[in-house]
Design a protein around this ligand. Sequence first.
Ligand code: SF4
Length: 429
Amino acid sequence: MVEDKRCVLAYTSMYIEPDGKIRPCCVSSDFEEELNFNDYKTIPELYNSPQMRGLRKSMEDGTPSKVCDICYKGNNGLMPYWNERWKHKLNDPNLSDSKYNVKSLDYLDARFSNICNFKCRMCGPGLSSQWDEDHIAVEGQSGADYLANRVMIHSDPVGKFTAKDLQTIEHMNVGGGEPFITADFWKLIDSFTDEQKSEITMYVNTNGSVVKYKGESIMEKLSKFKEVVIGVSCDGFGAIGEYQRTGMNQKRFDKNFTHMLEYAFGKDNLIISMEYTITSMNLFHIQDFIFHVKDKWPALGYGIHFHWATTPYYFAPVLAPNKLKQQFISYIEGVLINPREDGVLTDFIHEGEEYQKQHEYSSPIDESLNAFLNHLNSADVEAIRNMQINKNAMPVRKFMKIIDERRGEDWKVVVPHMEAIINADLTLI
Ligand code: SF4
C-alpha cells in the first residue's frame, strides 16, 4: 500500500500574505507559479485553483510538491498536528473530488496587512510596515525599487469573503503585522455573527503592545469566540528581548500581558500562551527565559511554546557554523533537563488505562524543545538553504552594522556569541 502523504491543510486551508500571495498554510513556500489573492474573483476559485489542486495531486501521487518541503524535509510539526486534529476530515472519502477540488474553506490562515508597530530583526518589510526605511538602508536602490513597486493585497480583502464563504470556517489563524492595530482584522472579527463566533476556534498572534482597539477591550471582543488562543510573542526579557524585537518595551509588555492573563483567568475559552521564536541571537537565553516567565507569571507557569527561525540564514540556528551549532545542540540538551525538578504532572488515558506523566517543565515546553532539537539534528540543511528568500543577501557583518547603527544598538554587547556567524561571513545561499 502506498504511504499516505496527504496533509489535511492542503485540502482545507488557505494562507494569505499581506502582499496577496496565497499558499496552503503559513509555513509552506510559495507555489512555483505564484498564486495571488487578486488572480480570481471568488474565494472558492482560489482554494480550487490549479496550484492548490496540483499540490493535492502531488500528495496523492506520493511525491508532495516542494511547496511543502518545510514539513516533509524540515520536520515542521504543523502537518502532524492538524492531521491528528482533523483526522475525520482526512478520512472522509468526499474530502476532494476526482479533479482534487474541495467543497469549502474550513481553515482561514491570514495576514491581511503588514501594519505593525515593531520591526523585529528576523522580520522584514513584507510583514512589518516599520521595516521600510531600514530595508532601503540595507538594500539600497533595489530595496527602494522593491518598496515602490510592490503590490499589496486588495484594498478590502475581507470584503471578498461572502457570507457563504465565512459560514464554513471552523478555525482561523490570524497574524500580521500586528492584527490588534489593524482595521482589516477587526472587520473580519465583526463580520461574524455572535452565533458563528460561538462555533469558531481561533489562534491569533500578537506582540502584546495593545489591549484596546478604538477604545474597546480586545479581550472582551475575543471572548465571544468558541475558543481563542492568544499567542503573545516574546523572544526574551530585558536587553535581548528588546534587541530581537525592536519596538518592544518591557514595561508596557509586562503590564499588558498581566492584564491578558487576569482577564482570561477562569474563562475556559480564552487561552494565553507565550510564543518564543528561537534564533541564533536568543538561543542561549532560553533557560533564563523559562524561569523568568514562571516566576513572574505563576498563573502561566510553564506555558511557553518555542518556534524557530529558518530564515534569514544568519538567524537560523540550523544553518549556524558547525562548532556553534554543536554548542546550540548541547545547550538545548541541557535545558531539556529541568534543574528545578518542578515540572507539571499530567493525567492521560492510553487504551482505557489511566496514567500520569511527569514533565520536565510542561507539555508545550518539552514537546517544542524536543522538536527543535530534532530539527537541529536532522533537518535537511540543503533544503533549508534553498528556502532562503533573499538569494543576494549582503554579508551578515554589514547587515548587522547598518541595522545596529540605525537602531542605536550593538550586537557585541547584547549577542556577542553572534561573532561566530558574523566572522564566518557565510555565503550559505
Ligand atoms: S504539508 Fe506542511 S507546508 Fe504543506 S500544507 Fe501541510 S502544514 Fe503546510
